[in-house]
Design a protein around this ligand. Structure first.
Ligand code: MN
Ligand code: MN
Length: 469
């Protein structure tokens, strides 16, 4: 039957949203699932910002990228990377056009919410030894009790010796845990507001229970733990002073659902954009503009610190690039920056059908809807946003349309309910035009976040296309 005039008009004029899965052929579905397997493999070996840098470096070396420090001169087509203090990594494929015309940058962050240790963490109490923690980033604290945690740590001795420790990722290793009350005894705790279900000072991790066997000593369990750490790693209690010990969920990334269309994993904010941007730049050969991929650190605590996106080390990286291209001249950096285009690639809180009240459904990204364009972030009247100009969004739309990348556009949650910011501001402050564009995630910042394999694959295609403009 022919369409009515109204039906045809509606098809032509409405922004008709449908599940991306309905547009996928069998062979593309296979590609999407294969890409998701590779992504999950990357996640399992990249749970911290330092591991993101080390696993990414390994992948880059296998794909003919060279450490910028080992390269004297740069020419069009060259592929290099720059590691900032083992915690953030910048990579580039040199373009054939004058660099003054700007860079195409995709920037993600490798740090994720987690539990860090306090500087004096170890104590014992009534038969159990604990570590005291100070959480990193925005977590819902009650979600972090009674789940297996793994330890990812770095101790640095005053003589410069570095000791890296990972415990709890392999099945034959122990894990760690924060306890909680049984329902039988939780009447008082149940009256707490959810935000205080588990309080910050209750996020204490169980680390042992066997006392050192000698009569008459106090703190015998703590002593036994320190003795084990000393025997295995040469560590004393004072060495926690110069350590970074991160506890993360010990879970592996897994497919979710009978149809295996989704991924549940720790740290997908924002490792999903790290991996998809990385895979995008691996495909770039001889671009006209220089393509730059950034995997930064400290996003979750405000972009500060020498490895965060406010850090001038990123500028130093670009200055080194133009030096080694034999291009440097006064104010070139500012001109490069003012002509650069950036996708701030971070996740968005996707629409969760289980909690419809938190969202404006008409303006929420959905799982399986493709990458999401976020014109502005911020909270309560766009405060803190780096709002992207319509002209740039139009340009990005064309890039995605030409590459066959489906996109949706969203505004995180209901107005005045909360909000958030991204590293977009760090680029606009440098004079660059920037747009937030990422992947919808459910249960963001929880120990086990959810994405759609469709969106993950399309983010890879989106970033690859953007590097090529
Ligand atoms: Mn993020
Ligand atoms: Mn986040």
């Amino acid at each position: 039957m022919d369409k009515t005039k109204g039906q045809a008009l509606k098809e032509k004029l409405f922004n008709n949203k449908k599940s991306g899965w309905e547009t996928v052929s069998d062979s593309e579905k296979q590609e999407i699932f294969k890409f998701a397997d590779e992504y999950m493999y990357y996640l399992n070996s990249s749970k911290t910002e330092k591991e993101i840098v080390s696993t990414t470096k390994e992948i880059l070396l296998k794909n003919n990228f060279k450490d910028l420090k080992t390269v004297e001169t740069l020419n069009a087509g060259d592929k290099i990377f720059y590691i900032n203090k083992d915690r953030s990594i910048y990579m580039a494929v040199i373009g054939s056009e004058d660099i003054e015309k700007g860079l195409n940058i995709v920037a993600a962050h490798g740090d994720s919410p987690r539990l860090d240790l306090k500087p004096n963490p170890l104590y014992e109490q009534e038969g159990i030894a604990y570590f005291k923690t100070h959480y990193y980033g925005g977590i819902r604290k009650y979600q972090w009790a009674t789940i297996p945690l793994s330890l990812h740590g770095l101790f640095v001795k005053p003589n410069g010796e570095k000791i890296s420790v990972i415990i709890g990722e392999n099945d034959d290793e122990p894990t760690f845990l924060i306890s909680d009350l049984p329902p039988h005894l939780s009447m008082n705790q149940n009256d707490r507001k959810l935000v205080n279900g588990i309080k910050g000072e209750e996020l204490n991790i169980m680390v042992g229970s066997i006392p050192y066997s000698e009569e008459g000593l106090s703190d015998k369990i703590k002593l036994n733990i320190l003795n084990l750490l000393n025997e295995r790693y040469g560590i004393k209690e004072i060495d926690f002073t110069s350590s970074e010990i991160e506890f993360v969920p010990a879970f592996k990334a897994r497919s979710l659902g009978f149809d295996e269309s989704l991924i549940s994993a720790y740290g997908q904010d924002d490792k999903v954009c790290c991996y998809t941007a990385l895979r995008g730049i691996l495909n770039i050969e001889n671009p006209s503009k220089t393509a730059v991929c950034v995997l930064t650190d400290k996003e979750e605590i405000g972009f500060e610190g020498v490895t965060g996106m406010w850090s001038k080390v990123f500028d130093t990286f670009i200055i080194e690039l133009i030096d080694k291209m034999g291009q440097n001249r006064p104010n070139l950096l500012e001109r490069v920056f003012s002509n650069s285009k950036v996708l701030s690639s971070d996740v968005d809180a996707g629409y969760d059908p289980g909690f419809p009240d938190a969202f404006d459904k008409k303006n929420a990204s959905v799982l399986g809807g493709g990458v999401t364009i976020v014109k502005y972030t911020g909270s309560r009247g766009k405060s803190g946003a780096s709002e992207s100009p319509a002209e740039f969004i139009a340009e990005v739309r064309k890039v995605f349309d030409d590459a066959g990348v489906p996109y949706q556009s969203s505004d995180m949650g209901k107005v005045d309910l909360g909000g958030g910011g991204t590293i977009a501001v760090c680029f606009s402050q440098r004079g660059m035009t920037v747009l937030d564009c990422g992947v919808p995630v459910l249960a963001m910042h929880s120990p086990y976040e959810i994405t759609s394999k469709f969106d993950v694959y399309k983010a890879y295609k989106a970033y690859e296309a953007f590097f090529k403009i």
